[in-house]
Design a protein around this ligand. Structure first.
Ligand code: 9YT
Length: 139
């Protein structure tokens, strides 16, 4: 059995920082599970362009408010606590946070933990007080 607290995960190298979010990775591929489990905090007033070409992800909001736009179709959804969305079609999407937004995220196949340093997959677009545009991750 694996037991970990958010405090311990957030304080160590399982907390991966990107310009618009931090991802506290409870379970990764090295844990032997066929999925990874993250508690992700996206910062208020940011936009993150995301395209998981190689993974499926389910996102269950537990705090805050955001809008997700499916870029191919233009469909927009308001995401609040108690709402889940699943990217079961590798949809390219824009996640716009209204407040700090916290979600439990499940990926299959599991992330290894290193993806955030690659360049071809997540492209955060910074808004509000944040100034730069950074390519943060490939998942
Ligand atoms: C909600 C979302 O997809 N945010 C991007 C980060 C990702 N969930 C992660 O690495 O935890």
């Amino acid at each position: 059995m694996i037991v970990r607290s958010l405090d311990e995960v957030a304080a160590g190298d399982r907390n991966v920082h990107a310009p618009t979010f931090e991802s506290r990775r409870f379970l990764l591929a090295k844990d032997g599970t066929p999925f990874s489990l993250h508690d992700t905090l996206l910062y208020a007033g940011t936009e993150t362009l995301i395209w998981y070409r190689h993974h499926l992800e389910a996102v269950y909001c537990i705090e805050g408010e955001a809008e997700v736009e499916v870029l191919d179709s233009g469909e927009k959804y308001r995401i609040v606590p108690g709402t889940m969305y699943a990217l079961d079609g590798h949809e390219r999407h824009m996640l716009r946070t209204i407040t700090d937004f916290r979600a439990l995220c499940v990926f299959t196949p599991p992330l290894t933990g290193a993806e955030v340093h690659d360049e071809d997959g997540i492209y955060p677009l910074l808004t509000g007080d944040q100034a730069d545009t950074v390519d943060a991750a490939r998942t």
